[in-house]
Every structure is written in C-alpha cells, then in structure tokens.
Design a protein around this ligand. Structure first.
Ligand code: SF4
Length: 251
C-alpha cells in the first residue's frame, strides 16, 4: 500500500515551524541532568519552590486524587496560593475520587481545571463496548493521553506525584526531566518519598485523602481497571490486573 502523505497549507506549515521552534527554545532552557542533580538533595517543598520560580503560572500540577496528590497540593499551595491544578476526568473515576476532589478544593481553596474527551456513549459508538477490556491502551489513549496532551500544550512544565517506590518503571525517575512524550519539562517533587513519608505528612497535617486507600486500594484509577490488592502484592498490582499493562501512558 502506498504511504499516505498530508499536505499542509502554507499557514499550517508556518504554525508547525513556529511550534517546533518554541519547543526547541523551551528544551534549551535547562541542562536536565545538571538541574536534576542540583535538585536531588532538596526536599519536595524546595523543589516546588524552585519550579515556581522558573515557570510561574506556566506550570500545571496534575491531580489524580490519590494520596500523593493530596501531599503535592498541600506543599504547592503553601508556596504559591495561585498554583494551577488540573485533572483528567475519564468519566470512570470512583465516587470516592470525586468526593476527594471536592474536599481538597474546599480545604485548599482551589479550582481544578477539568480535561476530558469523548463521553462513554460516544466512545462505545465509535470504538465498541468496553474498550477497556478489548484494547485498554486505546482506551487510555482516548480518555487520558489525548486530553493530557491538550492540557499540557498550554504550559511549559507539569508536576507529577510519582515516586520511585511505585514500580520498577518509575525506579529511576529524576526530580526534573524533559518529558519527551509531551515536549515540556516535568517535575517529580516526591520522587524519593517513601510510603511512610507520604502517610506521615498526610496525618501530621490532617490533609484529606482518598478513602479508598484505607480499603485496600494503594493505587487508584478508573473503576473498570482498578481493584484492591492482597497482602504482599505490590501497590500497582491492582491496576489493569490480569493484563500486561502497567502504565496509562502519561507517566
Ligand atoms: S484506566 Fe481503564 S477505563 Fe480508564 S482510560 Fe485506561 S483503560 Fe480506559
């Protein structure tokens, strides 16, 4: 079969050239490895402080409404009350997750910007019923990666709550890196936090957190793809259980 080619209009080609130029300029702002080494010994609050100084309001903090989101929100709002937060609404989140969103919004006085894609009905019509079973990568692509791409196209840096302890694929996560997937900078202020660090911080500061964590769910995503774990299983074993999938494609 002949490869298909798309011809851009002159205006589209010019817009694409400018976008590439802007991405190159953004990537050139920092030496990722040198900055990551400089931030490595710093605490999470200091890392966030540095990031706010560099990016200001061009930084977006991602919230999954799991326990680390509660920690990052607390630290970020203490430094910058105008910090910007967003979440990906897959329409398949647990009721407890939406309730946690509302409790955090009230506690910290913030509004979460909501990014989403097709309705479940539109997805079923276009891709078939229960896409999360037949092709979970495609489902995550539609419901998470695509809205994430749109959200991050508006900023220069994003903040994630991932920790090295979460999984083997996150074991080497630096505190600052160029995110090739989205062509912007990424800050992982909790990269070196342990499970105990997270819980100590939450309890000490009386911060709201997702109650599903107390019901056997160490990691929480969509209702269709999350289950509690058994004692001795790793925290991510409850996600996409029974399939080889381990990440949704955004971290
Ligand atoms: S976690 Fe499951 S339901 Fe949610 S977007 Fe991914 S595949 Fe779809």
């Amino acid at each position: 079969m002949e490869p298909t080619t798309t011809t851009l209009t002159p205006a589209e080609a010019e817009a694409a050239r400018k976008a590439e130029e802007a991405t190159r300029a953004l990537a050139a702002r920092f030496d990722a490895e040198a900055v990551a080494a400089q931030l490595e010994p710093l605490g999470a609050g200091e890392v966030l402080e540095w990031a706010f100084e560099q990016f200001g309001q061009d930084m977006y903090i991602a919230c999954s409404f799991q326990k680390t989101s509660s920690v990052v929100m607390h630290l970020a709002t203490e430094i910058n009350p105008d910090a910007r937060f967003f979440y990906l609404d897959t329409d398949f989140l647990f009721p407890e997750t939406y309730e946690t969103r509302d409790r955090l919004a009230e506690r910290f006085g913030v509004e979460f910007e909501r990014w989403h894609n097709l309705t479940p009905e539109e997805q079923a019509k276009q891709y078939g019923d229960q896409l999360w079973k037949t092709d979970p990568d495609a489902c995550c692509g539609i419901r998470k990666v695509e809205p994430m791409r749109r959200a991050l196209s508006t900023v220069d840096c994003w903040v994630s709550g991932i920790r090295r302890e979460d999984s083997a694929t996150r074991a080497n996560a630096p505190k600052f890196t160029w995110d090739k997937r989205f062509d912007i900078w990424k800050v992982n202020p909790l990269a070196d936090w342990t499970e105990r660090d997270v819980w100590t911080h939450l309890h000490k500061n009386n911060i709201p957190y997702n109650p599903l964590h107390d019901q056997g769910y160490p990691s929480i995503g969509c209702t269709h793809c999350t289950r509690p774990v058994m004692p001795g299983q790793s925290s991510r074993d409850g996600r996409w259980s029974g399939s080889g999938k381990t990440e949704c494609g955004i971290n």
